[in-house]
Design a protein around this ligand. Structure first.
Ligand code: NAD
Ligand code: UFG
Length: 348
């Protein structure tokens, strides 16, 4: 019998790529998403790319905080596990609207956990973030590093991690894997799925992409005086397909072992500067990215990259793709869908 997985936030960037991998891996998948930051077109594309497996996907437009709707869903389907992506993720917005973030991310997660517990579904994979390392004192970041959050978004991740650890302490039937993503970029190699942020992008790659397709005139580089190889900030960019594979590996771990509550970094272990990323993208796209050198962005860390040892050892997972492939696939998606899923020019 195929295992049944509930994916919250499955219409979003990382969720949609992961849902595709799950379908191709033979899982039955139910997605819930309120489409606050995504489009149902992403779900349609997943179904098409999944071919014969596409019929194993069910989508419901549900808000995580709608407890009766969640209860109805769990009453109708015995889920074997949940992958929980749903949440708001814009750091700047979280500073402006902290209650929105606490309400959506924390109340949403508590509601989900309550319903899971009530229906006896106690296997969870949760999307945490490298943001919980704050400004790390050294690199690579190992899972044992002290945790810190510098904004409400980061605090929601930190609190949810702690909530998960408490739940496990109270009831050892729970099996929970907390995945700390570093910087997800890239797109499905088909060019048919990718990131489609609303409004002005906060993150580097979507911004570069919009400059390359002519939607914005230049990239503002935040800080050129960091103590790094070229003065610009260094991050651990990871291909979204590698990240999706990491979720399959985590699920497998939940099914094959008696793991309790564990945390794993999902990164490549390699640091890349802003200028190196721009250079790689220019090579992949053949487009010039005009730059405006500016001051540091408040709250930004200097160098962040992952220790990948624990995930490699325990999950038997390792990222395969490098910066060139990330940029190639990002550009393939961007050039085919310059306005994301909603574009009249998009290749449906
Ligand atoms: P995304 O915004 O593309 O996807 C999140 C999805 O959750 C969206 O489709 C949104 O509509 C949905 N959603 C939000 N609140 C909801 C609610 N209350 N009920 C139902 N659906 C809701 O973001 P993503 O990049 O795919 O990120 C997925 C997860 O990974 C998030 O939890 C995010 O915080 C985390 N994460 C992302 C990054 C990153 O850089 N992309 C890094 C670290 C962690
Ligand atoms: N940057 C620019 N210009 C831009 C955007 C970013 O120079 O327009 C620089 C930043 O200063 C940083 C690097 O590019 O040095 C990466 O910035 P991102 O915003 O893409 O990524 P961050 O690592 O700063 O943060 C993101 C999310 C966090 C999350 C973290 C790790 O915003 O919430 O990745 O997952 F925690």
């Amino acid at each position: 019998m195929e295992k049944k997985i509930l994916v919250t936030g499955g219409a979003g960037y990382i969720g949609s790529h992961t849902v595709l991998q799950l379908l191709l891996g033979g899982f039955k998948v139910t997605v819930i998403d309120n489409l606050d930051n995504s489009s149902e077109v992403a779900i349609k594309r997943v179904v098409e790319l999944a071919g014969d497996f596409g019929s194993n996907l069910v989508f419901h437009q549900i808000d995580l905080r709608d407890k009766p709707a969640l209860e109805k869903l769990f009453a109708s389907t015995n889920f074997d596990a949940v992958i929980h992506f749903a949440g708001l993720k814009a750091v700047g917005e979280s500073v402006q609207k902290p209650l929105l973030y606490y309400n959506n991310n924390i109340i949403g997660t508590i509601t989900l956990l309550e319903v899971m517990g009530a229906y006896g579904c106690k296997k969870l994979v949760f999307s945490s973030s490298a943001t919980v390392y704050g400004w790390p004192k050294e690199v690579p970041c190992t899972e044992e590093f002290p945790l810190a959050a510098t904004n409400p978004y980061g605090r929601t991740k930190l609190f949810i991690e702690e909530i998960c650890r408490d739940i496990y302490r109270s009831d050892s039937e729970w099996q929970i894997i907390l995945l700390r993503y570093f910087n997800p970029v890239g797109a499905h190699p088909s060019g048919y799925m990718g990131e489609d942020p609303r409004g002005i992008p906060n993150n580097l790659m979507p911004f570069i992409q919009q400059v390359a397709v002519g939607r914005r005139p230049a990239l503002t580089v935040f800080g050129k005086d960091y103590n790094t190889k070229d003065g610009t900030g260094v991050r651990d960019y990871i291909h979204v397909v590698d990240l999706s594979d990491g979720h399959s590996a985590a699920l497998q771990k939940l099914f094959d072992s008696n793991i309790g509550c564990e945390v794993y970094n999902l990164g490549t272990g390699k640091g890349t500067s802003v200028l190196e990323m721009v250079d790689a993208f220019e090579k992949a796209s053949g487009k010039k990215i005009p730059l405006i050198m500016a001051g540091r962005r408040p709250g930004d860390a200097e160098i962040v990259f992952a220790s990948t040892e624990k995930a490699e050892r325990d999950l038997n997972w390792k990222a395969k793709y490098g910066i060139a492939e990330m940029c190639r696939d990002q550009w393939n998606w961007a050039s085919k869908n310059p306005y994301g899923y909603e574009s009249p020019d998009s290749s449906n």
